[in-house]
Design a protein around this ligand. Sequence first.
Ligand code: HEM
Length: 424
Amino acid sequence: MTFVMDPLLYPSIVKHGKQLDFHEFSNKVAPYTFGYPPVNNQSFPGLRKQVQRSFHLLQGDSLTPLTESMMGNLMLVFRQDHLGQDGGWRSGSMYDFCHSVMFEATLLTMYGRPPAGRRHGGLDALRDDFISFDNKFPLLIAQIPIWLLGRTKAVRDKLIRFFLPVSCWSNMSQFIRRRAEMFEQYDALRDVDKAAHHFAILWASVGNTVPATFWALYHLVSHPAALQAVRQEIQDVLQQDGVGWNRDGDVTLSRQQLERLLYLESAIRESLRLSSASMNIRVAQEDFSLRLDGERSVAVRKGDFIALYPQSMHLDPEVYEEPQTFRFDRYTQDGQQKTDFYKNGQKLRYYLMPFGSGSTKCPGRHFALNEIKQFVSLLLLYFDLQLEDGQPRASLDPSRAGLGILLPNVDVRFRYRLRTQQLD
Ligand code: HEM
């Protein structure tokens, strides 16, 4: 595998999307990891194309109903689980808190709710299974035989079976509805295969988002001045729009309002910069000469692997001053988003890459940013937040380096209580 380390050369790799393909790699490892049959053209003609096309239902106009639905579901989970009791500090484990709220709200947003009731039953057990599967995720991606991984196969089967009754759930997102209809066109797909595809999308939609949410919250709670600036910004946006808010009422932040939260967006981007370790892997589809810059080109053979590892750029002191420091406003400048970052005096086209690159860039990235903004906004509006004293700082657990957002090495105890201060 060849690593391209100079970020000024990233555009040369990204623009060769046809010759340097991501899907050859992902089409091999994803079916193995999630337990569905490979989506190749012989058995399922046209399916791969349809799957790709379905991704637009996570973006553009479709992002609005998705974001609205997520807001309602976050509010539902918050209200029923965390806003009920009044007064006094409560304590919890921050990663677990983020996981339980984001997992359930995302599941409801993507897949809808059961025929009876507004929430699915048995979610704690489902989450435990998900976490146990997720812990083995790096080994599965490395294609370690699943039978060597203890109970992982049994746990994965249980997770897949959760999606067997999906067709009778209501309020499903357009994205999942479209995928369910698409799978119905293929007789060769068994119900359990369709359910495995659904499970894969559940993993894609929370596997990185939950740790990203944790890091955004953790950095803000660890930096009270940043937290205060972000909280003020959220309150200002609500006030400017004349949206009264008090803790007994529900908050709604529209897609347009979320777009105006520049400090919050910057804080999330900054935590993504510090925690993301995604590797962009591409496989050469033919022999060709890869032009790197004006002077250099290299010969690439069919089947060669080329990789970008943007974490080295994210932590490069030439690109980012004091790269290990969390600066919540690093991506803002004069009330706008800051987009100019330099290496060797040249402006970088790609300076922040937690979501991959090129045409296979994560299709859920806009939704992910919105849902993290919604979650953090709700917490900051409703609660005073503090880390408990005497704990070691959370650092990055490197065990899934190359695969996305790194998890914290320890969970962190924190305290939260309903705020008394309210907006009118
Ligand atoms: C902070 C959260 C997230 C991060 C950091 C993230 C990151 C990534 C990365 C690095 C890739 C591979 C892209 C490449 O190598 O070119 C990817 C692919 C993907 N992501 Fe995300 N993602 C996040 C959230 C989401 C969400 C919320 C969804 C919603 C369903 C989602 C759906 C997908 C899908 C379906 C793919 C496969 C795309 C393809 O096969 O072309 N992701 N993501």
